[in-house]
Design a protein around this ligand. Structure first.
Ligand code: FAD
Length: 417
């Protein structure tokens, strides 16, 4: 595979970019692999990449029912941050942020990581107490997070309306300067390319329809729309469809799937320098490199497998955006879309072995797993390769829903994009 470099880009510029070739191979599935990963989203592809890179396991297939990155990985608003309350969450999300910082170099693919700062708005005394608690907890974990006055918040984000005579006035903000965004498609493509270069098979348009278990109960492989594919180990990384896939092996998951929406405006010149989130009025916004305002909403109130959400959720989000940023009131919205997010009772992910020998699961990232992609793939690869969790994901086991040792970010944050 051709490496990207300044020299290669310059040379290709002179020959109409005809020399790049395919970025990843599209092989026919083999009859058997050491490891099969179900789902070619960012987490599944990252898992395959780190299996090959860090554990020397290259006999791996990533099987995707649609196209690579067509799930939530290509549908999210790309917010990256690690300012979570609990030690376990802070550790896994900050592991990811550290990997984001060198990811383009590691993959030799520009994922356009842009640490432009993530600011979370406080609207009342309760918000202020919660955010200050987060700031102290984060600092104890060596994670940057700082309190800003309304004037400081406006200096950091000039379009912000800090007037006192609005329905949800702003009384401060918590800022993580290392937070940012990345280009979601590029993350999927970069991992696919780098995994493929190490021998991993990325197989698109191939739905997993069953998980075969032997007489001893252990996994033997997966039934797919292109025939049976044997495997010593199977990792399920299917986001909103995880409970459906795990049911194929007879494992019932503590998950509910909900539609989650986002939308973008018409493109405009750079006006918005950072990410702003408001959990209280529930809206979050940044500006893409193309110039579109990228706006995220909340989940629908009822579980569903539809990849589109309800109109009133978008209306509510835009009400909040217009109040916080009056200068955007006359902008036109260009398009909206939805994804299916898998939500656990404590709003923390599951990266775990399962009661079935050889079956592993990585799911429950809900509304906020894009930011974790490199860290999640990295520790899940360790879990599969060694058949035991990495110390960073040990607490995110499936049996915490039996033991009651929750990591209750739901109570801590109410929302977790
Ligand atoms: C609108 C929206 C906004 C979001 N905003 C943010 C944000 O700002 N920041 C953030 O951190 N997170 C955000 N998220 C969450 C984030 O997108 C997800 O947590 C993350 O992308 C999950 O990645 P994944 O690789 O696990 O899942 P996916 O990318 O969904 O990949 C799972 C793959 O499994 C495949 N699959 C399913 N069933 C089968 C089967 N039977 N056989 C084969 N393949 C199958 C699917 O087709 C899919 O491609 C948002 C999500 C949405 C929907």
């Amino acid at each position: 595979m051709r490496r990207f470099s300044a020299f290669a880009v310059a040379r290709e510029a002179f020959r109409n970019h005809s020399g790049w070739g395919e970025q990843w191979a599209s092989p026919e599935p083999r009859r058997h692999y050491d490891v099969v990963i179900v789902g070619a989203g960012g987490h599944g592809l990252a898992t395959a990449y780190y299996l090959a890179k860090e554990h020397g396991i290259t006999d791996v297939a990533v099987i995707e029912k649609g196209w690579l990155g067509g799930g939530n990985t290509g549908r999210n608003t790309t917010i990256i941050r690690s300012n979570y309350l609990y030690d376990e969450s802070a550790a896994i999300y900050d592991h990811a942020v550290k990997l984001w910082e060198g990811l383009s170099e590691d993959l030799n693919y520009n994922v356009m990581f842009s640490p432009r700062g993530c600011m979370m708005l406080s609207h009342n005394v309760h918000d202020q107490q919660v955010f200050k608690r987060h700031i102290h907890a984060n600092r104890l974990n060596g994670i940057d997070n700082e309190w800003l006055t309304p004037a400081e918040a406006k200096a950091f984000c000039p379009p912000l309306n800090i007037a006192a005579n609005v329905r949800y006035p702003i009384n401060g903000a918590a800022l993580q300067r290392r937070g940012g965004t990345a280009r979601h498609d590029a993350v999927a493509w970069g991992y696919a390319r780098a995994a493929s270069a190490r021998g991993v098979h990325v197989i698109q348009n191939c739905a997993v329809t069953g998980i075969r278990r032997g007489a001893d109960g252990a996994v033997q492989g997966v039934e797919t729309s292109r025939g049976f594919i044997g495997a010593k180990k199977v990792g399920v990384v299917a986001a909103g469809s995880t409970s459906v896939v795990m049911e194929m092996a007879g494992v019932r998951m503590p998950l509910e799937s909900y539609p989650l929406q986002a939308l973008v405006s018409e493109p405009v010149k750079p006006v918005f320098p950072c990410i702003v989130m408001s959990n209280t009025v529930h809206a979050y916004i940044s500006q893409s490199d193309k110039g579109e305002l990228v706006i995220g909403a909340g989940t629908d109130q009822y579980p569903s497998y539809s990849q589109a959400g309800s109109l009133h959720i978008l209306n509510h989000t835009l009400d909040a955006i217009c109040e916080m940023f009056p200068m955007f009131r006359r902008m036109r919205m260009l398009r909206s879309w939805g994804g299916i997010v898998d939500v656990t009772p404590d709003r923390s992910p599951i990266l775990s072995k399962t009661p079935v020998k050889g079956l592993y699961v990585n799911c429950g990232w809900g509304t906020g797993g894009f930011k974790a992609t490199p860290g999640s793939g990295n520790v899940f690869a360790h879990t599969i390769a060694r058949d035991e969790p990495h110390r960073i994901n040990a607490a995110f086991s499936l049996d915490r829903f039996v033991s009651g040792r929750f990591i209750d970010e739901a109570a801590a944050a109410a929302v977790a994009h």
